[in-house]
Design a protein around this ligand. Structure first.
Ligand code: PRX
Length: 625
C-alpha cells in the first residue's frame, strides 16, 4: 500500500497516467483515445473519444457475477414498507422504465425532470434516463412550485416524472398539485407528466392528455429490453441545480465517462467499499450526495445500496443503527445536522445494536463541529470521517483516504486533499499562497479532476465567470469557502466567502430567499442573512422594509410567502420589520455586518454606511443595547 502523500503527488504530477489506471474500473464500449483534453482551459474533457453508459456500468455489468445479489433495498419508515431488488430485478425494472420513457418520445439528449421522494421508482427513472442517454435533473421534493418552474424553464424538459406525494413524520405531502402549479408557471412546460401513484393522495388532480399513469403504462412493457445508448465520455449525463449568490440557480452539468470513473475510484480509495458490501447513505436523492452515494458510486462498484425514506428519530432514535445491524451495513454516509439531532436523544441508542459490520461513518455537507465529531465517534466506537465537497465536484475534495492509508483523524478537520485535486489556499488580496494557520480561500488549480462539473447547463460563460474569476491574476476554481491548514497539513473549513448559507445541510443562497420574501405584495425590499443555529448549523434571518406600513403585515405572512415561493427549507427563523436597510453609499447591503450583529460579533468596518440609523434599527430588532 502506498502512502497518502505519494498517492496524491502522483495524481497531480502524472495526471494522465493516474487516471488512465483508474479508468479500468469501468466498462468502456469503445476505448478512449486521449485521457485528457485541456486545450480550452478551464474546460476539461476526460477520456476523449471513449464510449460508455452509466446504466450499463451500474446494472448490466453485474448480471453475470452478482445477478442475485441485492442491488437496492428501500426502507420506508414513513409508509412502513421494505422492498429489495436484486441486480437482476433492477435490470428488469430499469428496462421497463426506459421502454416507458421511449414510448413517451424520449431519446438521447432530451431532458427529464424527476420530482420524487426517496422511492425505488425514482432510482429506476434515473437509471432509465442514463440508459437512453437522456439527461436527468432531479429536483429536491422540498422545493416549491416557483423554484421548480425556474428549473423547468432552464432545463426545458420533454418529460416530468413525479409521484402523488411524499411523507414526512407520517404526514402526507402532496406533490402533484405543486407540479401542476409549476407547469402552469413555466414558459417551457413538458409535454408529458409520468406519475407513480402511491395511493397517498386520493384527491390527486389529473390533466387529460398530459398525465400518464406509471403502473398502467408499465404493464405494456413487462419483459422489454432497451439497448444502452453508448455515449461519448463528455456528453452530459445529468443536471443538478444548486444555489449561488444570484437568485437564479445554476445547473451543474456532469459528464458520463469522467463521472463513472470518479465514482468507482472513490468507492475504493475513500469509502473502502467493495462489491458485495452494503452502503447506507441517508441523503435525499435530490442532492448531490444522493446522486453519487445512494445511486451511482455504490451500483457502479457492485454494492448493495440502502435507500431510506424517513427521519432519523422515528419510530425512535435507534432506527438507523438498527438498519446497520439488520442489513450488515459496512459503509454509512450522513450529514452533521442529523447527528446533532440524534445528540438530543439517549446515547444508549448508539450501543443498543450490533454494529460490528460498520467500518466507517462519513459525514459531509456542512461544518462538523468538534464536540459533535467526538460525540459520535466515541459513541459508536468507529472512525467517523468528516469530508468536504460540493455539488460542483460530485465527490470529496478534502477527506481521509483510508483505502490508501489509515491516517489519524483530527476532530473538526476533513483531513487532506483527495487525489486529483491540486488544492491551494490563496490569499484573497493577490492570489498568493497562504502559509500554515493562515485563513485563505480554498481553491483548485485546474484542470478539475474527472467527475467534477463540466460546465453550467447552457451557459459556458457563466461557468467561467462564476467559478474561475475570483482572482484576476490566476485562472483557478474558487470553492467560495474559507479554509486553513495547520502545521501537520490538516485542513479546516471556516465557512463560505459568499452569500450562500447552509441550513441543515441544505444549500441556499440568501439572494434566493430575498427574492422569495420580495414576492410578498407589501414588501419593498429586504436583507436575508445566515445566523448560527445549534441544530441546523445556520438559519436564515430576514429584515424587511414594508411598502405601506399602514397595511397590516405579519412575519407569518412573509414566512408563508417564502414557503410558497421557495419551499419551507428557506423559511426564515424570524422576519423583522425595519424602515431602512444598512447599506453602503454605493447601495450594497451590509449583510456581513447584519449577520455579525445577529451572532453577537463585532459588525466590522462601518465607515462606508450611508445612514447609521439603519444599523441601530437592526440592533433594536435584535434587542442589542
Ligand atoms: O460550504 C461548504 C459546505 O457545503 C458546501 C457545498 O454544499 P453542497 O453543494 O450542498 O454539497 C454537498 C456535498 C457534500 C461547501 O461549499 N460543506 C460541505 N462539506 C463540508 C462543508 N463545510 C465544512 N465541512 C464539510 N465537511
Amino acid at each position: 500500500m502506498s502512502s497518502y502523500r505519494e498517492f496524491h503527488r502522483r495524481s497531480i504530477l502524472d495526471r494522465e497516467g493516474f487516471w488512465a489506471e483508474e479508468s479500468k474500473r469501468i466498462h468502456w464500449h469503445k476505448p478512449f483515445g486521449k485521457v485528457l483534453d485541456y486545450s480550452r482551459p478551464p474546460f476539461a474533457k476526460w477520456f476523449v473519444g471513449g464510449e460508455t453508459n452509466l446504466c450499463f456500468n451500474s446494472v448490466d455489468r453485474h448480471l453475470k457475477d452478482r445477478g442475485e445479489q441485492k442491488a437496492l433495498v428501500w426502507i420506508s419508515t414513513e409508509v412502513d414498507q421494505v422492498k429489495s431488488f436484486s441486480y437482476k430485478d433492477l435490470f428488469n425494472e430499469v428496462n421497463k422504465t426506459a421502454a416507458m420513457m421511449q414510448s413517451l418520445g424520449l431519446g438521447r439528449g432530451d431532458r427529464v425532470i424527476i420530482y420524487m421522494p426517496n422511492m425505488p421508482e425514482a432510482v429506476f427513472a434515473i437509471l432509465a434516463c442514463a440508459r437512453l442517454g437522456a439527461i436527468h435533473s432531479v429536483v429536491f421534493g422540498g422545493f416549491a412550485a416557483a423554484s421548480l418552474a425556474a428549473r423547468i424553464d432552464d432545463a426545458k424538459p420533454k418529460l416530468m416524472i413525479t409521484a402523488d406525494g411524499g411523507s414526512r413524520m407520517g404526514k402526507v405531502i402532496p406533490y402533484k398539485p405543486l407540479v401542476d402549479e409549476s407547469i402552469r408557471l413555466s414558459k417551457f412546460p413538458p409535454a408529458k407528466v409520468l406519475i407513480f401513484n402511491r395511493g397517498l393522495d386520493p384527491q390527486m388532480p389529473l390533466v387529460d392528455g398530459r398525465d400518464v399513469d406509471w403502473v398502467s403504462l408499465s404493464s405494456k412493457f413487462k419483459d422489454k429490453i432497451v439497448d444502452c445508448a453508448w455515449l461519448e465520455s463528455s456528453e452530459p449525463s445529468y443536471i443538478l441545480y444548486t444555489s449561488g449568490t444570484t437568485g437564479k440557480p445554476k445547473g451543474v452539468q456532469r459528464d458520463v465517462g469522467g463521472h463513472a470513473v470518479a465514482m468507482a475510484a472513490s468507492m475504493t480509495h475513500i469509502y473502502c467499499g467493495g462489491a458485495g458490501d452494503t452502503i447506507f447513505t441517508t441523503s435525499d436523492i435530490g442532492w448531490a450526495v444522493g446522486h453519487s452515494y445512494i445511486i451511482y458510486a455504490p451500483l457502479i462498484a457492485g454494492l448493495t445500496t440502502i435507500l431510506y425514506e424517513g427521519v432519523p428519530m422515528r419510530p425512535d432514535a435507534g432506527v438507523w443503527w438498527k438498519i446497520v445491524q439488520d442489513y450488515k451495513v459496512n459503509v454509512m454516509f450522513s450529514a452533521p445536522t442529523a447527528i446533532r439531532v440524534l445528540k438530543k436523544f439517549d446515547p444508549a441508542f448508539l450501543k443498543k445494536y450490533d454494529l460490528s459490520s460498520l467500518k466507517h461513518l462519513f459525514l459531509a455537507g456542512e461544518p462538523l463541529d468538534e464536540p459533535t465529531h467526538a460525540w459520535i465517534a466515541e459513541g459508536l466506537g468507529k472512525p467517523v470521517i468528516d469530508h468536504y465537497w460540493q455539488t460542483e465536484t460530485g465527490w470529496p475534495v478534502l477527506t481521509a483516504l483510508h483505502g490508501v492509508e489509515k491516517t489519524p483523524i483530527k476532530y473538526g478537520s476533513p483531513s487532506f486533499p483527495a487525489y486529483g485535486y491540486d488544492l491551494k489556499l490563496l490569499r484573497e488580496s493577490d492570489a498568493s499562497e497562504a502559509g500554515a494557520d493562515e485563513k485563505a480561500v480554498v481553491a483548485i488549480e485546474p484542470p478539475l479532476p474527472p467527475g467534477c462539473m463540466s460546465t453550467i447547463w447552457g451557459d459556458d460563460e457563466r461557468f467561467v465567470k462564476t467559478y474561475f474569476s475570483t482572482f484576476s491574476k490566476k485562472l483557478v476554481y474558487s470553492t467560495f469557502d474559507w479554509g486553513i491548514r495547520d502545521k501537520d497539513g490538516y485542513y479546516f473549513i471556516l465557512g463560505r466567502t459568499d452569500d450562500v448559507i447552509n441550513v441543515a445541510g441544505h444549500r441556499l443562497g440568501t439572494r434566493e430567499i430575498e427574492e422569495a420574501v420580495n414576492m410578498h405584495p407589501n414588501i419593498a425590499e429586504c436583507a436575508v442573512v445566515g445566523v448560527a443555529d445549534q441544530l441546523k448549523g445556520q438559519m436564515p434571518l430576514a429584515f424587511a422594509v414594508l411598502k405601506d406600513p399602514a397595511k397590516k403585515t405579519s412575519s407569518q405572512d412573509v414566512m408563508d410567502t417564502v414557503d410558497k415561493q421557495l419551499g419551507a427549507i428557506g423559511r426564515p427563523k424570524a422576519v423583522h420589520f425595519v424602515t431602512l436597510l444598512p447599506k453602503t453609499r454605493s447601495g450594497k447591503t451590509l449583510r456581513r455586518s447584519i449577520a455579525a450583529l445577529a451572532e453577537g460579533r463585532d459588525p466590522g468596518d462601518l465607515t462606508t454606511i450611508e445612514d447609521p440609523n439603519a444599523l441601530q434599527q437592526i440592533k433594536d430588532c435584535l434587542g442589542i443595547k
